[in-house]
Every structure is written in C-alpha cells, then in structure tokens.
Design a protein around this ligand. Structure first.
Ligand SMILES: NC(=O)c1ccc[n+]([C@@H]2O[C@H](COP(=O)([O-])OP(=O)(O)OC[C@H]3O[C@@H](n4cnc5c(N)ncnc54)[C@H](OP(=O)(O)O)[C@@H]3O)[C@@H](O)[C@H]2O)c1
Length: 318
C-alpha cells in the first residue's frame, strides 16, 4: 500500500497545487516540498499564501516554494497565472487541481457561471488548457509517466450522495437543484475533465502515438477530512451538521486535516502510479474505486468538453 514516506526524492521536479494555502492542498505542497520538489502554491490571497509558506519553511527550511496568485472566481486571473508560470518555468511535472468550495449558496460569478461549477471545475479546465504546452513539452522531453494531472473530485459526485447522474445544462434546473447537488455536479465535472484529458493525452492517445507528449491523469476522492471546507459548511448549514461532524470525528470517520493528501501524492508523484491507472478514479488510500457510471459515458465527456471550450472561447479566455 502506498505511503507518503515511500515517495522518492522529487529533486528537479516542478509542481503546481491550486488551493495550496490550507487543508488538503497545503499538506500536498508541504510533502512535495519536503521531498525536494519546487512547488508553486496557487492561492487567491497573497497573505494567506505567505503565512502558509512560512509555516512550511519552519518545518523544512530548504523548501523551494512560492506563491502563484489565482482566484478561481475570476477567469482572467487564471489566464494571468498560467502566463506568469509559463514565463518563469520551462517544465511542469505535476498539476494538482485541488482548490474548491462546497455547498455555498447559489450565485453567478462575475464571469457568468454558477459559482461552484466555476471555482471547482471551469477555472481548473482553463488553467490546464493554458498549461498544456508546458505539460506536453515536459512529457515529450522526459517520457511517459513524467507528467501528471490530478483532478481532486469527491465522492459527492456519486449518485448515492446527492443524486447526480449527469451534468445539468439548463440554468433554471441548476439554480433550483440545491447547494449540495450543485457541489456534486461540479465534482462530477472534475471526473469528466480527468477522463477527457486521459483520452486526449493519456497512454494510447493520438498525442502519445504521434510523439507530442503523454500525460497521465486521474480523479480522486481525498477522504472525509476535517478541513476549512467542512468547517465552513457546518457553520453555514446547521447545528445538526455540526454535531454530526463532532460524532464522526470522535469515531474516526472524519479524518484529521493532515491525512487528506495521500492520493494527491500517489497520483501526482509516485512511481507506483502506472500507465494502466491513468484515467481512473481513486479513493483516499490511493486505491482504485468505481466512479459514478454516468462519468463513463463518452457522450457526457464530449458534451462537457465542447460546452467548456465554447464558453471559454466566447468569453475570450482562450
Ligand atoms: N475535506 C473533505 O472532506 C473533502 C472531501 C472530498 C473532496 N474534497 C475536495 O478537496 C479539495 C480541497 O478541499 P479542502 O478540504 O482542503 O478544503 P479547504 O481547506 O477549504 O481548502 C480549499 C482551498 O481552495 C481555495 N479556494 C477556495 N475558493 C477559491 C477561489 N475562488 N479561488 C482560489 N482558491 C480558492 C481555498 O482558499 P482560501 O483559503 O482563500 O479560501 C483553499 O486554499 C476540494 O476540491 C474539495 O472539494 C474535500
């Protein structure tokens, strides 16, 4: 079974982790940097990122870690962050698409998308799109398995959680379906995104066969983890949820905040992750898990990919 301590040295490797200033993203940054990788911490607040980096440097004084400002609520900042990264670095070995919000009330972002869908999925699609040249050139130079994209989803995308079976494209239906189901929809989109990247750039893809670069990718559930995400949700939803979480913590069902990065590190950086695992869905212990069967429908994957790229073109973000 994969353990964080089994990760080899990551000297010479470059990673970008979105939502890196706290929770699962923070521990992902910390462990990558501890193994010698150069880490870009994606964050929307430079002061939060600076204090997170200071904490990491206290533990690992040699950590090579820096901030990349991006706010998933503003797509222009995502394009800008990708440009800044590409101007500084000629390689990227691991892109960990982790930033997220859960069950926040319905709003349209200034860019015109439902907020959870934009923060959790659309912004990550756009970031990946603009980083593809550097991801592919790294993969071409260093070979299959050298470059990974991790799409942090959630078991909230499963039908058994909030009843999601497919992406909803009707704006009224999205508005009315409830905050938790909208979270599930955005996380369903994260799985579809990984699948789509796998078909386009994974093992056996045209990109790989034509020598244009092979990228390994997977989506995952990081676990039921005691982070700011659950804290904010229980504060906003009800005292009942708050009590339920206390009980779940007491019985070890909700895991401590520093245990949520295992699968991010496995998919993103472990030599134990193989070509055959690309395009799959993982649980919190780096084990394979069945995703929502709806995510395996090619029509769903193609439709979301087309919808996203058309929307990004229309808004001038690509
Ligand atoms: N915790 C769980 O039980 C659990 C379960 C399943 C899946 N997940 C997934 O795991 C990922 C990480 O969650 P977590 O539990 O570590 O949550 P967290 O502690 O709340 O951290 C979320 C990170 O995303 C950032 N973020 C939020 N909105 C953003 C925005 N508009 N632009 C840029 N960054 C933004 C946050 O930045 P700020 O600090 O500035 O808010 C923070 O760095 C999420 O994708 C979540 O859906 C978590």
């Amino acid at each position: 079974m994969f353990t964080i301590s089994s990760l080899p040295s990551l000297q010479g490797k470059i990673f970008l982790v979105t939502g890196g200033n706290t929770g699962i993203g923070y521990t992902t940054c910390l462990n990558l940097a501890a193994k010698g990788a150069k880490v870009f911490m994606g964050a929307r607040s430079s002061s939060k990122a600076s204090s997170a980096i200071a904490n990491i440097k206290e533990l690992h004084p040699k950590a090579d870690i820096r901030t990349l400002i991006m706010d998933n609520n503003s797509l222009t900042t995502i394009v800008e962050a990708a440009k800044q990264f590409s101007a500084q670095e000629s390689k990227l070995h691991g892109l960990i698409l982790n930033a997220g919000v859960m069950a926040v009330p319905y709003e349209l972002t200034p860019d015109g998308f439902e907020n959870q869908m934009q923060i959790n999925y659309v912004a990550h699609w756009l970031l990946t799109y603009h980083l593809l040249p550097v991801l592919l050139s790294t993969a071409k130079l260093e070979g299959p398995g050298s470059v990974r994209v991790v799409s942090v989803s959630s078991d909230g995308h499963q039908k058994s959680s909030f009843g999601v079976t497919k992406i909803l494209y009707d704006a009224a239906e999205v508005r009315e379906c409830g905050d938790f189901k909208r979270y599930g929809l955005s996380k369903f989109a994260n799985v579809l995104h990984a699948d789509s990247l796998h078909s386009q750039y994974g093992p056996g893809s045209e990109s790989s066969r034509q020598g244009k670069g092979e990228i390994w990718t997977a989506s995952l559930h990081p676990g039921f983890i005691d982070t700011q995400l659950n804290e904010k949700t229980r504060d906003s939803v009800s005292w009942k949820l708050s009590w339920m979480h206390r009980v779940l913590k007491m019985f070890g069902v909700m895991r401590p905040w520093d245990e949520g990065c295992v699968s991010n590190l496995f998919v993103g950086a472990s030599p134990e992750f193989t070509a055959a695992m690309s395009g799959k869905y993982f649980n919190e212990k780096a084990g394979l898990k069945e995703p929502n069967p709806g995510t395996k429908e090619v029509e769903e994957q193609t439709r979301l990919e087309k919808w996203t790229s058309e929307a990004m073109q229309k808004g001038g973000w690509i």
